[in-house]
Each structure stands twice: as C-alpha cells, then as structure tokens.
Design a protein around this ligand. Sequence first.
Ligand code: AHR
Length: 705
Amino acid sequence: MHQAALTIDPALPVSTVDPRLFGSFVEHMGRCVYTGIYEPGHPQADADGFRRDVADLVRELGVPILRYPGGNFVSGYNWEDGIGPRDQRPRRLDLAWRSIESNQVGVDDFVGWCKGVGSAPMMAVNLGTRGVDAARTLLEYCNHPSGTYWSDLRRSNGSPEPYGVKLWCLGNEMDGPWQIGHKTAGEYARLAAETAKAMRRVDPSIELAACGSSHQRMPTFGGWEATVLEETYDLVDYISLHSYYEEVGGDRDSFLARAVDFDRFIEAVVATCDHVRATGRHTKRINLSVDEWNVWFQSRFPGEENLAWGEAPRLIEDTYSVTDAVVVGNLLISLLRHADRVKIGCLAQLVNVIAPIRSEPGGTAWRQTIFHPFALTSKYGRGTVLRTEATGPTHETPEQGEVPILDVTAVRDDESGAVTLFAVNRDQRSELQCEVDLRACPGLVSGEHVAISDADPDAVNTGTANGPDRFAGDDPVNRRPQLMEWAIGKGYDLYRPGTGKLLVPGEKISWDQHIHAVGEEVTGGSEIGIWFYKKGEEPKKRSYLIGFTGIDRTKMLDIPPNSMAMTEGFTVLKENALIENFQPHFHLRGKSMQVEAILPDGSRQIISYVGNFNFNWMTNYIYDDDAAPLLPKGTVIHVSAWYDNTKANKNNPDPDQWVGYGDRTVDEMAHAWMNVVYFNDAEYKELLAERKAKAVKTTDNEKQQ
Ligand code: AHR
C-alpha cells in the first residue's frame, strides 16, 4: 500500500469557489434535448413536455448554470425559430450534427425549465452564420423589460418578466475548421469585439466569454488566445477553453493522470491572459471559462460528415465506467485547484450525449458513474479552496511522465468551518493511505468519509436496474451490489419472500476466490446456484450484503505473537434496515465476534454473538422472521472482534508470527457479513407496528395458557 501525507492550513487560502464552476451544458445535439430533458408523451412528462425524472436527477447533480444551445449547433442556429407557438416552428437542417431540428424547444422553453431545476442559463450566440445583429436581438428578447419589438414579443410569448440572463458566450469553438462559419483568429477577434460592444449597450450588466481554443493540441493554441484578447480585452470577462479526455491504446495509467494535462492547459491559458494584460497595460484580469470538459471517447466517433441524417439520433452516448469516474473526479480537483482563475465550468453535456445522466425514450432515467464524483464535488466543493501540501509516491506514465499518485485539494465551508478533502488514487494496482496533518486546524475532527470505488474498474451503471445504481458513489458500504459471500462450511443464504438480489440482463458476475496453498497439487472447483423469481413475479425489495467492519482503522491490524488482541469497528446505517443473518468472518486467529446496535436514542442491543469461532466451519446464522433486527436509520452497527494468536488456538499455524491485515489465510481480517433490506419511513413504521401487535398477541396467548 502507498503512503502519502498532507497538511491543511486554513491560513493558506487559494480562492473562494465560484459556484458556477459546477455548471453543465445542454446542446441541441443527439438526444440531449429531445428524449433527454424533453419528451412529451413520456409517463413522467410535465405539462410542458419536460421529463420530471430527468429534472429530478439534474437537481440532484447540482448544476448552478447550464450552457445552451451549443456547442457546434449554435453556429448555424436561428434563435427566432424556437419561439412562438410550437406547431408553427420550422423544421430545419442542423449542419453541425447532420440532424433535423424540430425547434420544439427554444429559448423560452429552456429558460423556464432551467429555472425549474434550480439553474441559470449561460446563453451562447451564433457567430458562425450570423453575427452582431442576431446576438443583440436575442439579448434584447431575453433581458430588456418591455416597450420594444423584441421584449414585447417575449411578453406576448408568455414571459412578462425579463429573464436576466447574465452569462453569454460569444460563439462556440470558432478556432475549429469543423465549425460552421469557422474564422481565423483575426476575423473572430473583430467580430467578437463588435458583438460584445453591441451587447453591452443593450445590457451593461452581462458577463461575456470569448472563444479560446477547442483543445490544447489545436495548432493555433496560444496565438489564438493572444490575438482574441488583444482585440477584446476590455470588452469581455472570460476566455473559454474546452478539454475532453479518453483512454488511448489501453494506456490506463496515463488516462488516470489526465488532470496533469488539464492543469497545464489551464495554467498556459492563464499565462496568455496575463501576458496580454501586461503588454496592453490593462488593470483587470481575464478569468477562465472551461465551458466544455469531460471524458469523451472521441476516437469512437465516426465524424460528423459520416453521420446519417436523423431526428434526435443517438450520438456519442458514451457509457462511463468506474475508471472514467475517477478521471472526472480528478478533473474536478484540477478545476478547484485553479479556482482563483477558473470561475466557470461546464461538464459537457448534461443528458445522454457524453453525459452524467442517461434516459431512454419512454423508459427510465439513471445516473452514470461520473454523476457521483460530480454531485459530491458540487455539494461539498463550495467555499474557499485551501492550499494542500502533499508528499507521497510518484509513478511513471507513458503520456504524462512521472506523476504523483495522490492528487488532492481541500475546500473549507466558510459558514460551518468544515473542511472537505477531495482526493484520488491514480494507481490502479495499489491502495493509497494518506495521513492528514490537521495541527493548523484546532477543533477540526474527522467526520464522514465517502469513498467512490468498485472492485471492477470497468463496471458501469445501466438503466435496466429498477433498484439503486450498481455504482452509487454516495454509499459503497451500505449499498454494495454483492451477490453473496461463501466460506468453508457455510450452508446457504436465505432471502425472505419478496426480497432478493438484483441481477440485470447482460450483467457480469465476477468471482473473487481466495485460495490457500497447502503444499500439494489439488484441483479446485466452484459452482454457483441461483434461484430466479418466476417471470412476471417481481420481488419488492433488494437485499444488500454488507461486511460490517470489526476494525476501526481500514485494513490496519496489529496482532502481536503469542497474544490475544481485540479490535472494533463502527458503521452507520443510513436507512431503516432489517438485518437477515449474521455470518462472522475471520481467518485462522479469529476467536469471538459480537455485533451490537447502538440506536439513535443511545440505547444498545446485542444482536448477535459468536464465542467460539472456527475457521474450518463457518456458520451463517439466519434470524427467525420475528427476531431479525429491525433498526431505524442512524443506528450504529458496532462490531467487536477478538483474536487468539496463542498456541491455545488449535487452528493457529504459528503463534510466534506477528499477524496483520490481508487476504491470505495466514493474514487476518474481521467483519460481520449481513444481508440487509432497506425500508422507507412509512414501511418501517408499518413493520414496527406489525411486530408490536404480534408481540402483544403472543404475550396474551402465553398469559392464557
Ligand atoms: O460537446 C460536443 C461538442 O464538442 C460540442 O458541440 C463542441 O463545442 C465540441 O467540439
């Protein structure tokens, strides 16, 4: 295991975080809008045709701004096509994505929806096929109160109040030859300056982002930014940059370290801005708008020119893995680290198209793996970024060279003083332990630790699951999707009627077999038996296998030779739960295990105890229906474990050995395997009442006898 260390000092702030760092992007592309956020006729559609299930996930994701309507799409878009009665809106060819645009969603629809999901629009204007005039009329339509042609048109279209759109993009990726209306740096710089001038006259309170480079490998990168800023410096607030990453040729080490490249890109753009500031004798600073970033497997995209014409086609619907989620988490750390200059960020895109949220037409909506690091960072990454000084191991990667294995940043919530650390382990082969020096933060105690991980780095979430996601970063302990654990001598697991494990179509079952050498050649054999519910019968509840830990410090055990030892571990139940069974798990030195429930009111119940553990005959104790512990959320499961490393333990191969944590049979571990079923508050109350009623009846019957 790698060891790293870091120091946090609140006296070393980097910058406050602009919440708009956690924005996303809705483009009229593929199925982001149509059958993504908008699908009239869907069972979840609201009166305006927007999907409620998708909107709920957008709220949960936490995106304060949403860039709209493109992307490459905006460079051929007539915004006027998307306003007024829906049945009169024209159908047009979208040349960017070879699609038919029905215009059923336009600026009014989007702004209304955006407000409903708690976001603000970041509007892009078309500087490809159009220019100053279309930009200033769109702004007048959106932000001017009333009494002019465009503002009154908005009012007659049903929006009496101005939208007050604050953030505007001056075109999209104008440096890219793929862009409709692509321009040289000089041509774009002039047009951007004139458009900015006109827009500021319509509404001086707006903020403007000029187009920077579409990626760092553009041949014009650097020079483009300098030319554009020399022309627009005093007229704009931000310069944009776009960056997408993918794993190339199976080089996962480099992929996991792509944030190093992202850091470099950001720092190069900052340097260019400051160079123009110096040479132009300007006082203000230009900040950065990273208004498209994500993991995108671009090498799998056939290119827009090879697409067949279609309406809301399935375009770049990348399915993200656990590895992709780690990379996204690291890119978020990079954005936070540069919060002094990066003020705007847009995860591209929001739904279906390289997106954290997926939806099926007429079907479900679900969170992809990358949803989880994003939602967590958006939730906890608000406040002040603190400088973190980390020391730790590095490793060599083919693309990024030597990189630190730990990447980390810290954000202090300025109201509560709570500090959240965001960290990734870039090494796929080894775990990483990190000591945090909090001496500069008196009073700070460690609170919650949320780990996003999965045993399978290629695992993905699929929309076929009707239960919670396989990869739910917010709770890998309580909702681990493990089928079962088997150990020597164990009989079986029993799921009560209406409960079971979830196996979705196409899902892989992976086996993790722990085999111990016995000094002779033997043939191993494993079989698995699964009983399926009959077709049409749907179990109501999913059962989760939890290994409640009996060790306080993750994977740290110290059992000296010829001695007894004891450890204990604590796990909080985040939901109301019914515990089905108890299967203590140790290796050769295990002696006894006790499981205690500490209820939210402070009362304690011993829910199981095994005093004479035998590694060669591990028993699974299944509770009777009425004895299965039913516990309210907030209950702490306290597991105490005792070890016997003396010669009195008949299973002990060598009492003179020191024993630590590990998977080998001669190493040790301690946890209580328990199957758990969760209940919402109403279900829990009902079950509790049933139990009480039964208990009263039993007592009455006993009295009568
Ligand atoms: O997000 C997909 C596309 O990527 C956008 O339309 C474009 O701006 C970028 O090249």
